[in-house]
Design a protein around this ligand. Structure first.
Ligand code: CA
Length: 362
C-alpha cells in the first residue's frame, strides 16, 4: 500500500509539474509553502554577521518567489546566542544563523569548520569545502545533530587584537590577561597568557578599566563599531588565531527534507551567493575602518614579531594534535583539512602572494 501511495503521489506531482499555471509557475510549485523561523547568534543589525543573516533570509524568500517565508530573530529574542544549534537540532525552529566555533562543547569537530589558528584563508577554505571533501565531512559531523549545515559567509582574516602595551618578544605575553576564546585562547595559554572569555557586550569596559590587558574581537569594521580603539592603543596583526571565520546557515534536517529539490537548490545557492557577498563586504568595510582607526583615531598598528608568531605557531600545532587525538571525528576532519592546506600552499605562494608582492615591486 505504501509503495502504491508513493507511486501515485509521485505521478500526481509529475502531472502537476507538466501543467503550467497561468503565472508561469507550475501547480505543484504554487502549492508548496514553508513558513519558517530563523534564530541567530547576533543582534539583527550587528555589522557583517547580523546584516548578512537578514540578507540571506530575504535572498531565500526572493529566490523562492515567496514559497519560503522566513521570520528572523536576534540573539536572545527566542533563544540565547549559544543555543542556536540545540534549537535547530530539536527541529522546533527550522533555521539558525551562527558560527561553527561556538559548538566546541557539543560538536568538537565544528571548530575546524569555523577557523583554526594558522589555518586556511577564506579562499583556500572554500576550495576545501567545495572541492576537497570538506562539505561532506561538515554534513556528516552535523548530521549527528539532525542539522544540515551550509557555508553562509566568512569574515576574512581577523586582527590579532588590541593591547595596552607593546609586544616585542614572547616574554611580553607572559602574565597578560587577554579576552581570547576557543583554540586561540588555548594557544595563548601555552605562551603564558591568562586567557579569559567574555561576551562581546563586556569587552569594552573590561579593557577600559584594566580588568583585561588585551582583547581580540573580529577585524577593523567590527572593532571600530565597538569603540575598542578608545580602550587600547596598540592594534596587532595578523589575526593568527582566526585566518578567517566561517558563518553558517543551520537547517533542521526534517525541514530540509520537506523541501522540493528546487527549493533545496535555492537554499544552497542563496548561501553561496551570500557567502561571496558578505566576504566582499568585510573586505571593503575592514579596509575603510582600518584607515579611519589609524588616520582619525591615532591607533598604533603593529605586526607581531616573527619570533612571537613562530612560538604561537608551535603551540598551535600541539593544541591541534592533542585535539585531533581526543576525538575520532576531529581527527578525520583535521586530517582532511591539513592535507588540503598543504596541497594548496604552493599554488597560493606563486599566485596570491606573488601578485601582492609584484604590485609593490620597485
Ligand atoms: Ca575573533
Amino acid at each position: 500500500m505504501q509503495r502504491r501511495a508513493f507511486l501515485y503521489g509521485g505521478m500526481g506531482a509529475l502531472a502537476a509539474c507538466a501543467q503550467p499555471a497561468t503565472d508561469g509557475s507550475t501547480a505543484a510549485q504554487s502549492e508548496e509553502r514553508h513558513r519558517w523561523r530563523m534564530v541567530t547568534s547576533w543582534p539583527l543589525n550587528f555589522p557583517g554577521h547580523g546584516v548578512s543573516a537578514n540578507r540571506l533570509a530575504r535572498r531565500i524568500e526572493a529566490l523562492s518567489g515567496g514559497r519560503i517565508e522566513i521570520q528572523i530573530f536576534a540573539a536572545g529574542e527566542l533563544v540565547p546566542a549559544f543555543e542556536v544549534l540545540d534549537t535547530v537540532s530539536r527541529g522546533t525552529i527550522q533555521l539558525g544563523h551562527s558560527a561553527p566555533i561556538y559548538w566546541r562543547g557539543k560538536l568538537p569537530a565544528a571548530q575546524v569548520f569555523g577557523s583554526i589558528p594558522f589555518g586556511m584563508l577564506a579562499e583556500e577554505f572554500n576550495a576545501w569545502i567545495y572541492h576537497g571533501g570538506g562539505m561532506e565531512l561538515w554534513r556528516e559531523a552535523y548530521g549527528a545533530q539532525n542539522v544540515v549545515p551550509f557555508l553562509a559567509g566568512q569574515t576574512g582574516p581577523q586582527m590579532g587584537g588590541w593591547f595596552n602595551r607593546e609586544i616585542n618578544s614572547v616574554e611580553d605575553l607572559v602574565g597578560l590577561k587577554m579576552r581570547i576564546p576557543g583554540l586561540g585562547g588555548e594557544v595563548m595559554q601555552r605562551a603564558g597568557v591568562l586567557p579569559v572569555n567574555l561576551p562581546g557586550s563586556e569587552i569594552f569596559t573590561a579593557l577600559q578599566t584594566g580588568a583585561i590587558d588585551a582583547t581580540e574581537w573580529v577585524g577593523p569594521y567590527n572593532d571600530l563599531a565597538f569603540g575598542l580603539h578608545e580602550a587600547a592603543t596598540y592594534y596587532y596583526y595578523p589575526g593568527w588565531q582566526e585566518p578567517s571565520g566561517a558563518l553558517e546557515l543551520l537547517v533542521s534536517a526534517e525541514a530540509y527534507a520537506s523541501l522540493s529539490e528546487e527549493l533545496q537548490q535555492i537554499v544552497a545557492t542563496a548561501c553561496m551567493a551570500e557567502a561571496d557577498y558578505v566576504l566582499a563586504e568585510f573586505n571593503t568595510r575592514n579596509n575603510q575602518a582600518l584607515k579611519t582607526l589609524v588616520d582619525e583615531h591615532g591607533v598604533q598598528l603593529r605586526r607581531f614579531p616573527n619570533d612571537v608568531l613562530a612560538a604561537l605557531r608551535r603551540h598551535s600545532a600541539e593544541v591541534m594534535q592533542e585535539l585531533a587525538a581526543s576525538d575520532p571525528m576531529i581527527a578525520r576532519v583535521y586530517e582532511s583539512y591539513t592535507a588540503f592546506a598543504e596541497n594548496i600552499a604552493p599554488w597560493m605562494l606563486v599566485s596570491r602572494r606573488a601578485h601582492i608582492e609584484a604590485r609593490d615591486a620597485v
